[in-house]
Design a binder for this molecule. Structure first.
Ligand code: PLP
Length: 365
């Protein structure tokens, strides 16, 4: 029996545009060899920043790049967070960001996630108690829940951010992977002076290019550029130059279309499997991204189901790490992009069996 891994939210190997990257690499070494092999400004390889600014319709001084978007969160923490400082995140949220925040000693308050984004009443009552250094959100196809923040909630979040003077940190690596439905405006578009917007080429080209970017106010980005310079002098220009040449050739839009064609049937296989094998499950129903999440039935823990599933060749991630203030013992994240539709179907079937067996074996809970 083949093991199925519903564990890590990685892109599919078959999605990587390897041949295009080889061509772009050869060309850019010839055209920009010295510039990409030399140290340079810590904000990133200049032609890539220019390209990003045009693509995102912002001035170039509103763009900084780094070796992946996670590193930009680290730079933000190094710049802003002292032990004991308050930060809000959604609950659940991306476990690696929570780990970074903890490493900096931040006090993290989780704002409960609903199928259409954070609970706004919970947000306002938390803000009435104390204003955080920032509120970290993933409004599009959230990791790990899969939920997308509705238009009305985006407006309410921006209004509250203005009212209480909160910086919004919008992490949007899945935004462009919408397989159906209508796009909502970004928080950055709605409140550019209150929002730092992040995205990355990890999900659009490959994680190996380690190329993330942030849009924001030039003063804050200047501070991050100083932290970046003190950390690594300049980011990986070789990968940034290859990324730029690939983008400059107009290869991003067709790549996004290819990704949608590859991933949409995988989302459908996952939704279809849940419908077929776990019709009563409380699951999110995303229109894009990498993740569906499930809340297991009352009394059934993810830990027990994981143990049961392991015996059937199904690896599941622990839900607990996604919850900043505890909870999550019935939470399951299903990353579907790196599995074929047949594997997804088999994986959900094994999950449903594991849940049933756990329910009928109370001692195993
Ligand atoms: C919400 C979110 N932010 C950031 C990252 C990390 O991206 P990068 O590879 O650009 O550091 C991920 C990767 O899974 C993610 O899901």
């Amino acid at each position: 029996m083949e093991t199925i891994n519903f564990t890590r939210g990685v892109p599919a190997n078959e999605s990587f545009p390897t041949a295009e990257l080889i061509d772009a690499s050869t060309a850019v070494f010839k055209s920009h060899g010295n510039q990409m092999l030399q140290y340079g400004p810590s904000r990133g390889f200049e032609p890539l920043r220019q390209w990003l600014a045009e693509w995102q319709h912002v001035d170039v001084d509103r763009v900084i790049t780094a070796n992946g978007s996670l590193q930009l969160i680290e730079f933000l923490c190094l710049h802003m967070i002292k032990p004991g400082d308050l930060v809000f995140t959604e609950s659940p949220s991306y476990d690696r960001t929570l780990g970074l925040l903890r490493r900096h000693g931040a006090r993290v308050v989780g704002i409960e996630m609903e199928p259409d984004g954070p609970n706004i009443d919970a947000l306002e009552s938390a803000l009435k108690k104390a204003v955080p250094k920032f509120f970290y959100l993933i409004p599009d196809f959230q990791n790990p829940a899969g939920a997308t923040c509705s238009g009305p909630k985006r407006r309410q979040i921006v209004e509250l951010a203005q009212k209480y003077g909160v910086l919004l940190v919008e992490d949007a690596p899945y935004r462009m992977l919408r397989y159906r439905g209508k796009e909502e405006p970004t928080l950055y578009e709605m409140a550019p002076d209150r929002t730092l917007h992040m995205s990355s080429f990890t999900k659009l080209i490959a994680p190996g290019v380690r190329c993330g970017f942030m849009l924001g106010d030039p003063a804050t980005l200047g501070k991050l550029a100083k932290v970046a310079e003190d950390t690594y002098i300049s980011p990986g220009y070789v990968a940034q130059a290859i990324t730029w040449e690939w983008c400059r050739r107009g290869l991003l839009p067709p790549q996004i279309e290819r990704l949608k064609t590859l991933y949409a049937p995988r989302l459908d296989a996952c939704l279809g499997g849940i419908e077929k094998y776990m019709p009563d499950a409380k699951a999110t129903k995303p229109d894009g991204g990498f993740f569906i999440s499930l809340t297991l039935p009352e009394g059934v823990s993810t830990t027990a189901v994981r143990a049961q599933a392991a015996g059937k060749g199904l690896n599941l991630a622990d839900g607990l790490a996604f919850f900043p203030e505890g909870g999550g013992d019935r939470f399951v994240r299903l990353p579907f992009c790196a599995l074929s539709p047949a594997e997804i179907d088999a994986g959900v079937r094994r999950l449903a069996e594991s849940v049933k067996e756990t329910q009928s074996a109370p001692a195993a809970r």
